[in-house]
Design a protein around this ligand. Sequence first.
Ligand code: SAH
Length: 397
Amino acid sequence: MKPYKEIRLRPGKEASLQRFHPWVFSGAIAHKPEDMIEGETVRVLSADGTFLGVGHFQIGSIAVRIMSFVDEPIDGAFYERRLSNAYKMRSTLNLVRPDNTIFRLVHGEGDYLPGLIVDIYGNTAVVQAHSVGIHKDLEFVTNALKCILPADAVKHIFYKSEGTLPYKAGIFLENSYLSGGKDVDEIAMENGLQFRIDWLKGQKTGFFVDQRENRALLEYYAGDRHVLNMFCYTGGFSVYALRGGAASVVSVDSSAKAVSITDQNVALNFGDDPRHSSCPEDAFKFLKQLPDEEKDLIILDPPAFAKHRGAINNALQGYKKLNLHALEKIATGGLLFTFSCSQVISAEQFRLAVFSAAAISGRKVRILHQLTQPADHPINIYHPEGEYLKGLVLQVE
Ligand code: SAH
């Protein structure tokens, strides 16, 4: 194998890598070879030539994603070690159980594999590349997956990177099965509840695995309540609320397809349950026409309002407006589960937006829980950018 090409940093720019932050910004680079190809594996050196890390080169403001701080090849054996550790960790967390076949196996930087997401749904693994380097290493990844998981655990591998690779990289691909693909079972289980997972056409890898622990908390509080699940997607929170003994559950999403899968997921678990109804509608419109005091448990789990820093102010206004609508309508003694999954918005900023909504509504509001992403979405402590999901459970009087 040819030795990796080398990138040299400007003086003083080595500090963040020495603290194990896995990104090299383009402005930190003093010298790189002319013929470097996007996605290529490179060695990163400090100005004085000291080895700092080996990673994937990419065109853009994040120029290198460090895969290892050890001077080692990024090859099949490397991915096997990383994926094996990730799987062991999920087993330790007791997420690999007959009644729980949905979990995130690889969470990018949180599993020391920047750019790679792998979600497991029953015996299907959905692989998603967010960098060209991971796309180029795909065969290593799929071989490692087959190698480290117990025999027959994964029969199908679906690659879903059509919308996640940088479009400037000029890679045109269609989401497709890399292995298996016949007689696929799209039903998987989370905490004993069944869900149909739409990895072919659905959002992200097909399901919002990151809300598992927050759904379990919701189930705990749902008994006898009138629940409104806004931005329901495929009904994760709704199904938990029904199992928790909710008096009624209304699921709302602007996507008619999502609402239809929600109905299917409710039926899968509870048959024709008269407690559940659904509505394909815009969340803001729905909340406006909602009678006061009708719902005493409302979930707000919108898509990321800010996808980049430039959108933060508008996004905060959006969170404020949405939470204000819910706070104006929720019944006295009600619980509001409110979330933001915008990575660029901090927990503090989100809380301030909700605070502003509470102040305008004039209601008494207490924070009962502060929520985040679950343990299979770990945050590398040296990469605080990995913290993206925040939630508050509010009690409203
Ligand atoms: N709570 C869900 C995930 C929500 S994802 C779960 O646990 O699975 C966000 C959802 O918001 C998507 O399904 C998207 O279709 C929906 N959405 C986006 N904009 C919307 C709007 N203005 N009104 C209603 N739903 C919207």
